[in-house]
Design a protein around this ligand. Structure first.
Ligand code: G4P
Length: 528
């Protein structure tokens, strides 16, 4: 019984957005409500303090971006919330995509002035691949943004998802008066530069209620009634099922910086957001209620303390109860491992834990045993599916500047790419090592860390490729012929899979047309 209560109590999710839409600000307000931080500004200052502990992190600090995907757990109204932070910078998008495999739902923040932006589109694609339930928070209502119906249209078209507004703004910018909560039928009144209090929430069942006009004025009351009628006509009654299936996204409006509309979002979130659910594996579906523990590694992070070389592997618990000091089966390595100091991320303290439940994220000290996608079980052999490896966009050859350190370089490259910082390819039938990344910044990080952590000095030579495609074919001979004719374009990934590196879209299309028996994949699922 207790086990089921623990599962029902958990909500594991991420807040995602294009940089600057307000993800950090919204995260911070959530943490304030959850009592995990006491003052506004703590998230950012914590970010900086943490990063200043090593020079590598200094790169991030100077550029003002957050690279680490961290986890913040807190309780709010009896619900245990695991909020997974994701880097906003596009060079680290792959990290974000992987984190999305470990969550049960997301809140997508859209800037009301800018509307849908490039990263918003990409992130949504990843959510769609996994049918992840999405709630949209339209932020910065205190600024003159796009009209709300236009925003809904734009989001529906560009992100290819149905929306269902659960709150509705009364004006924007300097005329912003508040939002009407269509779901709870209450009005939240906005006072510029003032924190919203309980007194600002006025229950108004009927929009013809004269109290509405006395609070927001005749004209705006009439407009709200008209908008609400239209919304009701178009969207009807809110049904959580299409949201839980990832087909419809409820929408809230607000202003994160003013902590406005945030509590309404959080309250509704804990009510409707999915509990931890069953997951697919290479063997069978794993029911979250199963007694036996299982989980997977979705993120590996270098230790922030340069004096310690160990890393932290982030484990998402998928079924059963995870226990400290108990032996678990590491499926890929086929060996039993146990953890004496697993920790949770409650508040900002890292606490050693005795047990964890489905939905939880546990930090495990790792000395090089893990790579992304690794599965731990109580003995069964399977892998969780759907952890994608995306096609890198920038490719560089690794040139070893110090032949005495060849071994260290090999080790460093292997370990850093296990962390998912970048992808490592090796020339097919050769030794050339090629690194593929989604952003330039990662090459700096890799070069720096190889030197600092492994003593290996490298230089990178740019290569003229723009995309990596995993190639497969039913006809083994066709695949062999292709690799023979295209030796300079074919490499192997770390697991030995064949990958074609294309110079341009034109080359790629030509090869695809000329080789109909070969399938070109743009993501490689780590385990199928
Ligand atoms: P991100 O994590 O998505 O990148 O965004 P972040 O929260 O850092 O917010 C980006 C900028 O937008 C910040 O301003 C933040 O204060 C501002 N912002 C967030 N929510 C709102 C809102 O509701 N209304 C308005 N008007 N602005 C908002 P900044 O100047 O870049 O940083 P800071 O100096 O305020 O920290």
């Amino acid at each position: 019984m207790k086990f089921d209560t623990e599962i029902q109590k958990r909500r594991t999710f991420a807040i995602i957005s294009h940089p600057d839409a307000g993800k950090t600000t919204l995260t911070e307000k959530f943490l304030l409500f959850g009592g995990a931080i006491q003052t506004a500004g703590a998230v950012k200052s914590n970010k900086i303090k943490k990063h200043a502990t090593s020079d590598f992190m200094e790169i991030e600090r100077q550029r003002g971006i957050s690279v680490a995907t961290s986890v913040m757990s807190f309780e709010y109204r009896g619900v245990l919330i695991n909020l997974l932070d994701t880097p906003g910078h596009k060079d680290f998008a792959e990290d974000t995509y992987r984190t999305l495999t470990a969550v049960d739902s997301v809140i997508l923040v859209v800037d009301s002035v800018k509307g849908v932006e490039e990263q918003t589109r990409k992130l949504m694609e990843v959510c769609r691949m996994r049918d992840t339930p999405v709630i949209v928070f339209i932020n910065k209502l205190d600024r003159d943004g796009k009209p709300p119906f236009d925003l809904l249209d734009e989001i529906e078209k560009e992100l290819r998802i149905h929306l269902h507004p659960l709150s509705w703004p009364i004006n924007m910018g300097k005329d912003f008066k508040g939002v009407y909560n269509l779901y709870r039928k209450s009005l939240l009144i906005f006072h510029p530069n003032q924190k919203a209090t309980e007194d600002d929430i006025v229950p108004i069942e009927d929009l013809e209620d004269p109290r509405l006009a006395s609070l927001v004025g005749e004209k705006d009351a009439a407009q709200l009634a008209e908008d609400a009628e239209l919304i009701d006509g178009v969207y009807g009654h809110f049904d959580p099922d299409p949201y839980l299936d990832g087909r419809t996204a409820p929408v809230f409006f607000g202003s994160a910086i003013n902590n406005f509309g945030v509590k309404e979002l959080l309250d509704t979130f804990i009510e409707i957001a999915p509990r931890p659910r069953s997951r697919e594996t290479t063997l069978r579906d794993i029911d979250v209620q199963e007694d036996k523990f299982s989980g997977f590694i979705f993120k590996i992070h270098a230790n922030l303390d340069p004096k310690h070389r160990d890393r932290i592997a982030f484990l998402r618990v998928c079924s059963g109860r995870f226990e400290r000091n108990k032996f678990y089966h590491h499926v890929r390595l086929d060996k039993d491992v146990r953890f004496s100091n697993p920790y949770s991320f409650l508040a900002r303290e890292k606490d050693v834990i005795q047990e964890a439940f489905p939905g939880d994220v546990v930090g495990l000290f790792d000395t090089g045993n893990f790579k992304i996608g690794d599965t731990l079980t109580e003995g069964e052999d399977f892998f969780f599916t759907g952890i994608p490896s995306f096609s890198p966009e920038i490719f560089k050859e690794v040139v070893n500047k110090d032949p005495m350190k060849t071994k260290q370089l090999e080790k460093g490259l292997n370990q850093l790419t296990d962390e998912g910082v970048a992808q490592l390819f090796t020339q097919h039938n050769g030794n050339r090592k090629i690194i593929g990344c989604v952003g330039e910044l990662q090459f700096e990080v890799i070069q720096y860390r190889l030197l600092q952590e492994y003593g290996a000095s490298v230089q990178f030579n740019a290569l003229p490729f723009y995309k990596a495609c995993w190639i497969t074919s039913e006809d083994q001979r066709k695949l062999e012929d292709f690799t023979r004719f295209k030796t300079s374009n074919v490499v192997n990934d770390k697991d030995g899979h064949l990958v074609y590196l294309a110079q341009s879209e034109w080359y790629l299309n030509t090869e695809m047309n000329n080789n109909p028996d070969i399938t070109f994949h743009f993501t490689s699922e780590i385990h199928k």
